[in-house]
Design a protein around this ligand. Structure first.
Ligand SMILES: *[C@@H]1O[C@H](CO)[C@@H](O)[C@H](O)[C@H]1NC(C)=O
Ligand SMILES: *[C@@H]1O[C@H](CO)[C@@H](O)[C@H](O)[C@H]1NC(C)=O
Ligand SMILES: *[C@@H]1O[C@H](CO)[C@@H](O)[C@H](O)[C@H]1NC(C)=O
Ligand SMILES: *[C@@H]1O[C@H](CO)[C@@H](O)[C@H](O)[C@H]1NC(C)=O
Ligand SMILES: *[C@@H]1O[C@H](CO)[C@@H](O)[C@H](O)[C@H]1NC(C)=O
Ligand SMILES: *[C@@H]1O[C@H](CO)[C@@H](O)[C@H](O)[C@H]1NC(C)=O
Ligand SMILES: *[C@@H]1O[C@H](CO)[C@@H](O)[C@H](O)[C@H]1NC(C)=O
Ligand SMILES: *[C@@H]1O[C@H](CO)[C@@H](O)[C@H](O)[C@H]1NC(C)=O
Length: 408
């Protein structure tokens, strides 16, 4: 090939590469613009975005440095000592003179216990992966009174020590890990068809839980879903939707964008309120629109917590609860969910002294039947377009044309 034709060839080739890059850029940027523009008035609520969480990835070197200061076990031991784990995150390793909290897998625990090899340097819990569940269960010798459950975690090995791969996440799980059993009462009701299948319900709820956890939010069972779990260890047969709540101090509005991405497993049916006032969204599984899930933001006042409702003309309601300040864990059909540590107090507060009796959903008014509901003012007419957003077409698989409610 002659010199000049080689240059021409190179130029054409470079132009071609540039063109491909430009095209990819356009495709990527317009696809993200198009989903954002479909979230109506997203700019209004995006002002409530949270700052990104601090990076708490810890290098294996730091972990090893911390673990080297501890007595070494002769058996594979998962560190569950919250103080030591906190020190690792903060890179403030030091020696400890007390017994270190570790957990051994059930099988090893039994074996070592039988041969009396556990020693005194450790305070030892055992753990297992109960079959047909999505969690790990711990028994703590000291707190033998209750078990703890946490979602199954990834573990890193470091000699005989094992450390949760995401230490911060483990600490958040551990805070909420105290296990509470449901009552499994027999509820008298006429034979009826179950509207929402309990096993399918918890599958979707657990999927949504995982999505929230990836945004550092730890949703709680709320309303009828909490009542169904506590009273009958299931989903109430005539209930037509599922309820989560998320504490305001955890709430991250950025999650909303996920529901508009092509890969989403949930579609957003509606959004009510503003993140700092009466916020609520309803989402439903893409492949199962008959299982809508309401997610309420739960706000705190001095002596109580509350979630909100907004009706179609903009009247606001408030559902009061005892103050939610500690969280526990529950099993609903094999999936882990977080709950209040006082489920009885909360369902009594919401459903009154007869909470053990069935109350058909058809005759249950969301704004007048609960014991804990009160009016909470009104949105201004000028605010209505921002605070009541329905995405019906989105649900029908037609996200290009969304209709809003007509308030005239
Ligand atoms: C580990 O094994 C060594 C030697 O067998 C023993 O001296 C040490 O006390 C053991 N440590 C623990 C924590 O059991
Ligand atoms: C785990 O520990 C708890 C509490 O000490 C105990 O009741 C249970 O039997 C232990 N499990 C096994 C398999 O040893
Ligand atoms: C509730 O009770 C029923 C019948 O007594 C039993 O089959 C079921 O396993 C119990 N469920 C739970 C979660 O304990
Ligand atoms: C919520 O935020 C908006 C905008 O920042 C503000 O105008 C409004 O007063 C806030 N509402 C409450 C209840 O704090
Ligand atoms: C909260 O409860 C305490 C103790 O019952 C009471 O003294 C206080 O007035 C209450 N505060 C509010 C704002 O209701
Ligand atoms: C619904 O409740 C009202 C009063 O609370 C009662 O009068 C009515 O009969 C109930 N309807 C049904 C279908 O249970
Ligand atoms: C989706 O929107 C287009 C254009 O607005 C309309 O022609 C079509 O009928 C809609 N499809 C459904 C399922 O609503
Ligand atoms: C959306 O659909 C409604 C009727 O369902 C129609 O009146 C309106 O023009 C459509 N808007 C767009 C942007 O297609």
């Amino acid at each position: 090939m002659r010199y000049s034709s080689r240059i021409i060839f190179l130029c054409i080739f470079a132009a071609f590469i540039l063109g491909v890059i430009l095209m990819l850029y356009i495709i990527i940027s317009t696809s993200s613009i198009s989903y954002k523009s479909r979230i109506k008035n997203f700019d209004v609520i995006s002002a409530f975005r949270r700052k990104s969480k601090p990076n708490t990835k810890v290098s294996l070197l730091t972990i090893r440095k911390c673990l080297d200061l501890l007595p070494q076990p002769n058996f594979t031991s998962l560190i569950i000592d919250t103080e030591i784990l906190q020190n690792i995150i903060e890179n403030k390793c030091r020696k400890v003179s007390r017994a270190i909290k570790i957990a051994l897998h059930d099988k090893m625990y039994q074996e070592l216990k039988r041969s009396d090899q556990l020693g005194r340097k450790f305070s030892i819990a055992n753990f297992s992966y109960p079959e047909d569940t999505d969690y790990m269960r711990f028994h703590d010798d000291e707190t033998g009174r209750f078990a703890r459950i946490i979602p199954r975690i990834k573990i890193r090995s470091c000699g005989e020590y094992q450390v949760p791969a995401d230490i911060l996440l483990f600490l958040e799980y551990w805070k909420r890990s105290r296990y509470i059993d449901c009552l499994n009462l027999t509820v008298e009701r006429k034979p009826m068809e179950q509207v929402l299948d309990p096993v399918i319900s918890v599958m979707h709820l657990a999927e949504l839980r995982n999505m929230f956890v990836s945004f550092n939010m730890y949703p709680l069972l709320n309303g009828g879903t909490l009542l169904g779990w506590y009273r009958e260890c299931s989903v109430i047969p005539h209930t037509t939707d599922l309820d989560f709540s998320v504490k305001y101090d955890e709430f991250d509005i950025s999650i909303i964008e996920e529901f508009w991405k092509p890969s989403t497993k949930f579609l957003m049916n509606r959004r009510l309120g503003m993140p700092n006032d009466s916020f609520e969204i309803t989402v439903s599984p893409v492949d199962n629109p008959g299982y809508p899930i309401d997610v309420f933001v739960m706000y705190d006042e001095t002596n109580h917590s509350y979630v909100s409702g907004t009706n179609h003309i903009g009247m606001k309601f408030r559902y009061k609860y005892p103050l939610y300040d500690r969280y526990c864990s529950a099993d609903l059909k094999g999936k882990l969910f977080w709950i209040t540590c006082d489920p009885e107090g909360v369902v009594k507060f919401e459903y009154g002294p007869m909470w053990m009796k069935d109350h058909n959903s058809k005759n249950f008014s969301w704004f007048s039947s609960s014991s804990n509901v009160e009016r909470n003012g009104h949105w201004d007419v000028a605010e209505l377009d921002d605070v009541i957003q329905e995405y019906e077409d989105h649900i029908l698989g037609n996200s290009t044309n969304q209709s809003t409610i007509d308030f005239t």
